[in-house]
Each structure stands twice: as structure tokens, then as C-alpha cells.
Design a protein around this ligand. Structure first.
Ligand SMILES: [Zn+2]
Length: 99
């Protein structure tokens, strides 16, 4: 199969990991998810072409905090962190993700 038909990791993620990067089959099987600090992995096998690979997951946030409480008010430090993150994101957006 020509290599241009392979899905890149980004294209694979856009398809939400439902398609084999090599043969585009949806007949995939996942092993147990292994969770680490801030990220997780899952080994996948394609039942069609028998390719194997590892799905990567990153922590996106949290929800349903119990008991519900208002978030802590912004201190000067958290505000600075917020601004630095914002500047960083904008710089990445302007340079197309390159440093
Ligand atoms: Zn496949």
C-alpha cells in the first residue's frame, strides 16, 4: 500500500482513533488503558491487517467536582501563570506551533 494512504497521528486523532492508520478498517481492538500522571496509553490491534500501535491520551481537564465549590479567586501568581500561558499559546499560534 502506498505510504501516502497512511494516516498521520494527527489525522488519526481527528478520526477519534476509529480507523486503522494503515488499512482504514474500523475493526479495531484495544487492550487495557494504562493511566499515568497527565496521560494514558492503550495498545491497539487492527483485526483486518493485524497492524499494532499505541493510542496516546492526554488529560484535558476535570469536571463534576464534589462537593461543588467556587474556584479559588485569582491571586497575582495564578494571574501571571494565566498570562504566560496565554502569551505562549499566541506565540505558538503565530509561528504555527514552532518555537
Ligand atoms: Zn488495518
Amino acid at each position: 500500500m502506498p505510504p501516502e494512504l497512511l494516516l498521520t497521528p494527527g489525522e488519526y486523532a481527528k478520526k477519534r482513533g476509529l480507523e486503522c492508520p494503515r488499512c482504514h478498517s474500523h475493526d479495531l481492538e484495544g487492550a487495557e488503558v494504562e493511566i499515568d500522571a497527565g496521560w494514558a496509553t492503550q495498545d491497539i490491534i487492527c483485526n483486518e491487517c493485524h497492524s499494532t500501535w499505541t493510542d496516546l491520551y492526554t488529560l484535558a481537564g476535570y469536571r463534576s467536582l464534589d462537593p461543588e465549590e467556587a474556584p479559588e479567586p485569582f491571586t497575582e501568581q495564578t494571574f501571571c501563570e494565566f498570562i504566560n500561558e496565554w502569551i505562549d499559546l499566541n506565540q505558538k499560534a503565530m509561528t504555527g506551533g514552532e518555537k
